[in-house]
Design a protein around this ligand. Structure first.
Ligand code: PEP
Length: 253
């Protein structure tokens, strides 16, 4: 039992027409989620406003896929947390493995972004996860533990924080983690949060991400410490995304 979250990371996909159509299909197919869970859409920056116009007044919330940690000024190409609030965002995905890999984001950047979001009223969805090599080397917990601790260094409260555990080897590969394998890491993350922040760790949503589909999500969401999903590929088709949401509804039973 517990509130869940299903967030769709559209990555670099969807022009305005496609984005509006997809958001409309998600809204119209949504089961009654009030008091049960949260559904979040994370479109590219260029269509945030168009998607916001579709979801405004519905239970669906908006997220950005990234944010910069400065307030304003000479940072060509960057987008501030206040701008994202202004565009209708409630959440910001921070430290996605693609940003860490292709744009060299560090745990220190992630920490600055988390702090700026909290200071400006945006809720961070902080992504962590080990690579294939790190799992093979048996250092998954070591790596994920450091990522979690560094992301949340100096953050006094966890009530606005969502964590997404996304094993890098499972993202976009069709190889999702076995439910028990994922649960072990989720349990570990909750213990790390317990060490750093005490009892508040119990209420933090820890999402699983990595090749989630409606077919494999039922077994994942049944795990005690898995509170939802961050979905890439399967969030681009409303029937797939809505299928994942109906699996999440099982968590309320
Ligand atoms: C993601 O991008 O966060 C993700 C988990 O992608 P996919 O579901 O496509 O593996």
């Amino acid at each position: 039992m517990g509130m869940w979250m299903v967030a769709g990371n559209w990555k670099m996909n969807n022009l305005t027409g496609e984005a509006v159509a997809l958001a409309k299909d998600v809204v119209s197919g949504l089961p009654p989620i009030a008091g049960r869970g949260e559904v979040v859409l994370a479109p590219p920056f260029t269509v945030l406003k168009s998607v916001f116009d579709v979801i405004a007044g519905t239970p669906v919330a908006l997220a950005s896929q990234n944010v910069f940690f400065e307030d304003k000024g000479a940072f060509t190409g960057e987008i501030s947390s206040a701008m994202l609030r202004d565009a209708g965002c409630t959440y910001a995905i921070i430290g996605h493995s693609e940003r860490r890999k292709y744009f060299h984001e560090t745990d220190e950047n992630v920490n600055l972004k988390v702090k700026k979001c909290l200071a400006t009223g945006l809720k961070p969805i902080v992504c962590v996860g080990e690579t294939d090599e790190e799992r093979e080397a048996g250092i998954t917990e070591f790596v994920v533990g450091i990522q979690v601790k560094k992301a949340l260094a100096g953050i006094p409260a966890l009530d606005k924080i969502v964590i997404a555990y996304e094993p890098v080897w499972a993202i976009g590969t069709g190889k999702n983690a076995a439910p028990i394998e994922a649960e072990e890491v989720h349990h570990f993350i909750r213990n790390v949060l317990g060490e750093t922040h005490g009892d508040a760790s119990r209420n933090v949503k820890i999402l699983y991400g990595g090749s989630v589909t409606a077919d494999n999500f039922g077994e994942l969401i049944a795990m005690e410490n898995i509170n939802g999903a961050l979905v890439g590929g399967a969030s681009l088709k409303s029937e797939n995304f809505l299928g994942i949401i109906s699996r999440a509804m099982e968590k309320n039973k």
